[in-house]
Write a protein that binds this ligand. Structure first.
Ligand code: SF4
Ligand code: URA
Length: 197
């Protein structure tokens, strides 16, 4: 049987060649995503920023360093999770992806979710939350809460970059990550119980 790692590699190879939406023309490097192919927890952001576009890796700029510190607080390492975005190529000037761009890129994300079969998916910011949950609820109302769909717990969160611009967001993000520690630990334990952790 073809492994999750092989499927993820295949998706990454397709993404690197992709010109399905206009973002493909402006990129230096596509950013397919990275992490453990057996990760029970997935993080989905908005789209690559400048550093991500330069390096071809997700969350490696200032927002990424902040995400690393949040993961640490939640008892997680990058190696235990899988990190990607709703669009795999950088939107010009870091603008939000358009709904058409997110829709064009969606099959790659769906393929990654299907390969990983994560127990928990953290949605970083409003665009990821809207794309995956189809909700327009304010982040203020829904952050840190788990919404179960198809056996997966989706957790909307503030985007780590928001904390770098707004001093009020950091403590809310930190509190959510600390409160979610048991949920994350259960997901890791359950995956190990299946012998694929
Ligand atoms: Fe293809 Fe997604 Fe890049 Fe658009 S953002 S070119 S759909 S990989
Ligand atoms: N912001 C995102 O949404 N994704 C990244 O990969 C980096 C910054």
């Amino acid at each position: 049987m073809i492994s999750a790692a092989e499927i993820l590699d295949e998706i990454a190879a397709e993404v690197r060649e992709c010109q399905l939406c206009p973002l493909g023309r402006g990129r230096r490097n596509a950013v397919p995503g990275e992490g453990s192919p057996t990760a029970p927890i997935m993080f989905i952001g908005e789209g690559p920023g400048e550093q991500e576009d330069l390096q071809g890796r997700p969350f490696v700029g200032p927002a990424g360093r902040y995400l690393d510190s949040l993961l640490k607080r939640a008892g997680l390492t990058r190696e235990q999770v899988y990190i990607t975005n709703i669009v795999k190529c950088r939107p010009p000037g870091n603008r939000e992806p358009t709904p058409d761009e997110a829709a064009a890129c969606r099959p790659y994300l769906d393929g990654q979710i299907a390969a990983l079969k994560p127990r928990v998916i953290c949605l970083l910011g409003r665009p990821a939350t809207q794309t995956l949950l189809g909700t327009n609820e304010a982040m203020q109302k829904i952050h840190g809460r788990a919404f179960e769909r198809d056996g997966i717990k989706f957790v909307p969160m503030y985007h780590p970059a928001a904390a770098l611009h707004n001093q009020k967001i950091g403590p809310l993000l930190v509190a959510d990550f600390e409160r979610l520690r048991p949920l994350f630990a259960d997901a890791v334990k359950a995956a190990q119980g299946l012998g694929d952790g």
